[in-house]
Design a protein around this ligand. Structure first.
Ligand code: PMP
Length: 366
């Protein structure tokens, strides 16, 4: 009966579990400290705020669809070619573009267990099948990824450091992964948290993308640059890959304020250095504090840690206790981690308060 018929979503769309964003309020609507989305507790570089404000008089115009100034700035800053860059509404969109350009129904896309939730959504959205490579004690296992490759594999998503585990895969392992992949498989190296690594921890991603025909590196302004609201992500790969991806992107990925703010943020090395140093010091402090009360922390090189609740205190109880105390963290039962809480490295005041709440809860649970 055509009067009751309705548009039918493609069959695989309803198999997608919607993305659940980090909470900024408690269940009863109170505003809480947000340690649930790995944002920068120092805010945004002052120069980026000023640059953003300067765009307010030009809001009636479309932004530069080619992002010429920003690409030139990125090229100079990272030593990459401006014509080998793609950009999107957050690096989320760049990940979607990668799946949409290289995979479709019948194809497979590999990601690790305990990987970033968007990989599975981007995979299913195009009708491809997610293939999950088991972890090695929460870390990325290169051999497991290589073992998961079939002739249907089109893309491999690897985040380094990984979210939600914070684990880091070194340059030798990334090179071994790349060397073991057939050349028709695109390796997407998601470096959303790369600026939090120490200088000696270069995983070689940009160099691989510069020299290899099948590597895409993705980056974001959402994390250390403090611009999550403006949705600015980019990617670097061969001319052929980038040219193909540009054909399906939204014409105007991000606004003029976003482009100006990103350019200004790239000019503030001091902000980035301070953010990295604070993060290292307080990630170490928080890891020690958790270990001291008997909780296990997965070794992290990112701006968050995954705390494991393997004793009397459950992650669920800890999550609700922290929320009641005014701190939103990320409990991840939907990602196979009912025993894990992911906690962003906030200010020292926030982390001390979180550690106090958890110490009291551990005591209470006996
Ligand atoms: N990759 C990883 C691993 C992430 O954790 C995130 C942010 N949650 C993103 C990509 C996407 O960030 P954005 O879209 O804000 O650039």
């Amino acid at each position: 009966d055509s009067s009751t018929a309705a548009p039918a979503p493609k069959p695989w769309i309803l198999g997608i579990a919607p993305y659940v964003p980090g909470r900024a309020t408690s269940e009863d609507g109170r505003k809480v400290v947000k340690l649930s989305s790995n944002e920068n507790p120092f805010g945004t570089p002052e120069a980026a705020r000023d640059a953003y404000r300067s765009a307010a008089s030009e809001l009636e115009r479309y932004p530069d669809a080619a992002a010429i100034e920003l690409r030139a700035k990125l090229a100079a800053h990272y030593g990459v070619e401006a014509d080998r860059l793609i950009y999107g509404t957050g690096s989320d969109e760049v990940l979607h573009l990668a799946a949409g350009t290289f995979a479709g129904p019948g194809d497979e896309i590999i990601h690790v267990r305990y990987g970033f939730a968007v990989y599975e959504i981007a995979t299913r959205r195009v009708g491809a099948m997610p293939v999950i490579a088991p972890d090695r004690d929460y870390a990325t296992d290169v051999d497991a990824i290589l073992a998961a490759v079939t002739e249907r594999t089109r893309v491999v998503f690897v985040a380094n450091p990984n979210n939600p585990t914070g684990t880091y895969t070194d340059g030798g392992e990334i090179a071994r992964l790349h060397a073991g992949l057939p050349r028709h498989v695109l390796l997407v190296l998601d470096q959303a948290y790369t600026e939090y690594l120490e200088a000696e921890d270069d995983d070689g991603g940009l160099e691989l993308a510069r020299t290899q025909p099948n590597v895409l590196v993705t980056r974001t302004f959402s994390k250390i640059f403090g611009l999550a609201s403006e949705r600015i992500g980019w990617g670097y790969a061969s001319t052929e890959i980038i040219d193909a991806m540009h054909r399906i992107r939204a014409p105007f990925a991000f606004g003029i304020g976003a482009q100006r703010a990103a350019i200004a943020a790239l000019g503030d090395d001091g902000f980035v250095t301070r953010s990295r140093e604070h993060n290292r010091e307080w990630r170490d402090w928080f890891t020690d504090a958790m270990t001291a009360i008997g909780l296990r922390v997965v070794p992290s090189k990112a701006n968050f840690v995954l705390v494991l609740f393997e004793g009397a205190l459950t992650a669920e109880v800890a999550y609700h206790a922290l929320m009641a105390a005014g701190y939103a963290t990320r409990w991840l039962p939907g990602q196979g981690l009912p025993h894990g809480l992911r906690i962003t490295i906030g200010t020292k005041h926030e982390l001390r308060a979180v550690a106090d709440v958890l110490a009291a809860e551990v005591q209470k649970a006996g």
